[in-house]
Design a binder for this molecule. Structure first.
Ligand code: GLY
Length: 574
């Protein structure tokens, strides 16, 4: 049973894209035009600042703060806008985590992670011979956890100052009147077309008769109606009434498990932030049911006593040390981490200096430590998540990572309600102790149980300087690469003295214990690659790692805001 339900409601260069169609203005204010917008990768603002996955959502966040809203108002409005304009990960049918620090110094987190439905069972994704059927946990009705995002928005609302109806209006307008899509959105929608058709039971706005093209307008009338019900009735407009009936009716069509009771009982949970020190900086992260904060803590502390700055940025010496830290931190994940309301997670030990130092006792700077000598297991996770970093004029800091899990989640659109449901059930260990179809091994801590939250890697993060003043707001999508991406970005800033844009633009590497290989982005230094190979590392080139959104507060109080160059991510502010 859940024990800890405390509060249940609770630079400048411009890039490429500009879209030309008939102009239309959405609230709030003429500054946000869904038919003409540009992607801006970095800027320095003196006041409110936002970095997130879509330029329209960033612009709405900045507008909300211009109209007197604070970072929490912006957080609500941005999440809702992303649910419309960033359909592959922005959502109202998924979940996530918010990490915040109010200007008066209070830090807190809101856990709005999905839960397993009441009818979920430990072996629900195994066939009669006990073999995992991973497609069932990834696609379609049975893959869906009980959504947490709308409860998370209303748990954030007490910290906001503007009325909810104002905060949701821009999203309603975007859904109702449409917005023009980018090249990458068009190609993602086209690539997923077949899967939408297979996994949805009614026509959806995400599928049209011809291929999507950059500059096309996406209108989502049913989603607009759902958002209006939330505007009118609050969280009940989602978890009860017509929207709940539509979700349950959808579930019943194809063996989905979410019931009216599951929806009505869903609660967001306020949890204490996971805080730790790194060389005098205070780092504030997300505690379980995300593994993100613990892994980030272990990574930072495993390298803290080494002169990384002297080793130099992405030299063989610094990369090898960071790889070995990553290997060890990830080895703990599946054995020890799960939903703390169902499994005793030894957070104190896992984040203690003594334990972490001990984990590096067998570190050898001359060679790779084979993962076979380090015990534990790891869960495969999808990388399609999205992150929002915000700071307002007063200095309230908000860092939110939210997800549907897979790109476009379960690919199941709720008929009549116009939104995608998550496939977060795949983040559970579908067969504890046995590798799943992806070769990933899960643990008992993360076995499926009704009402339980599945383990995540999301790592929304804040950093305070040595005087406890705001320094960095950061986060990224990327499944298990999330904590390593945040780790490398913080090290780039704190140790290698980079600005935010450089810190996120550099190539990344990732090791997660199993498989025993170092994944590197294609721009990674070939000479360092060769040297690592000669030390016993297996290196695999892969696509992009992470899409960081970072705000760095400069000594004069202005904010350097950077959006990852890897996507349509964009900054805004004033
Ligand atoms: N679904 C990705 C994560 O929660 O880490």
């Amino acid at each position: 049973m859940r024990k800890s339900i405390l509060l249940a409601i609770l630079h400048i260069f411009f890039i490429q894209l500009s879209f030309a169609q008939s102009p239309k203005i959405v609230a709030p204010g003429a500054a946000v035009d869904p038919f003409h917008y540009t992607i801006e990768k970095s800027n320095v603002y003196t006041n409110a600042s936002v970095s997130c996955a879509h330029p329209l959502a960033s612009a709405i966040g900045a507008e909300i703060m211009k109209q007197g809203g604070n970072a929490f108002d912006a957080a609500i409005a941005i999440q809702l806008a992303l649910a419309v304009v960033y359909t592959n990960a922005g959502n109202i049918g998924g979940g996530g985590f918010l990490v915040a620090r109010q200007v008066k110094g209070k830090t807190f987190t809101i856990d709005f992670r999905e839960t397993a439905p009441e009818k979920a069972t430990r072996d629900m994704y195994l066939d009669k011979n006990g073999n995992p059927q991973s497609d069932l946990s990834l696609y379609g009705h049975k893959a869906c956890g009980v959504p947490g995002t709308v409860a998370g928005l209303f748990a954030t609302l007490p910290y906001a100052v503007l009325p909810f109806k104002t905060l949701i209006q821009p999203a309603i307008d975007l859904a109702e009147n449409g917005y023009v899509i980018t090249e990458s959105e068009a190609s993602a929608l086209n690539a997923t077309r077949k899967s939408f058709i297979e996994n949805s039971t009614a026509p959806t706005a995400l599928v049209k008769n011809s291929e999507w093209k950059s500059g096309d307008t996406l209108v989502q009338k049913e989603l607009a109606q759902t958002l209006k019900r939330i505007q009118k009735s609050g969280a009940k407009g989602f978890y009860e009434g017509k929207t709940a009936s539509l979700i349950v009716a959808e579930m019943k069509k194809r063996d989905g498990l979410i019931s009216k009771k599951d929806l009505k009982n869903y609660t967001a949970i306020s949890r204490p932030a996971l805080e730790f020190r790194y060389k005098g900086y205070t780092i504030i992260g997300m505690a379980p049911p995300s593994s993100g904060g613990i892994i980030l803590c272990q990574l930072m502390k495993m390298v803290e006593d080494k002169p990384l700055a002297d080793y130099g940025f992405q030299t063989t010496k610094s990369v090898q040390l960071m790889i070995e830290a990553e290997r060890r931190a990830f080895a703990d994940r599946s054995v020890y981490m799960g939903d703390p309301d169902y499994w005793k997670v030894p957070i104190k030990t896992l984040t203690s200096d003594v334990y972490i130092k001990n984990r590096m006792a067998d570190y050898d700077s001359t060679r790779a430590t084979p993962s076979s000598v380090i015990k534990a297991g790891i869960i495969k996770e999808s990388e399609e998540t999205t992150h929002i970093s915000i700071i307002d004029k007063a200095g309230n800091m908000v860092s939110i990572t939210t997800t549907l899990n897979n790109s476009y989640g379960s690919r199941t659109v709720v008929s009549g309600a116009g939104f995608l449901l998550n496939d977060e059930m795949d983040d559970f260990s579908i067969k504890p102790g046995v590798p799943n179809l992806y070769g990933a091994v899960g643990g008992e801590a993360n076995a499926i149980q009704p009402g339980k939250r599945m383990l995540s890697s999301m790592a929304p993060t804040l950093v305070l300087d040595k005087n406890q003043n705001p320094l960095i707001v950061a986060g990224t999508p990327g499944g298990t690469t999330i904590p390593t991406s945040v780790f490398q970005t913080l090290i780039n800033i704190l140790e290698f003295g980079m600005n935010a844009s450089d810190a996120i633009g550099k190539p990344k590497f990732h090791h997660q214990w199993l498989p025993d290989e170092v994944m590197v982005e294609k721009e990674f230094d070939p000479e360092v690659k060769k040297q690592l190979q000669s030390m016993g590392y297996t290196l695999t080139e892969r696509g992009q790692i992470g899409r960081m959104e970072v705000i760095r507060i400069l000594p004069d109080g202005s904010r350097e805001v950077a959006a990852d160059p890897r996507g349509d991510d964009s900054v805004n502010g004033f």
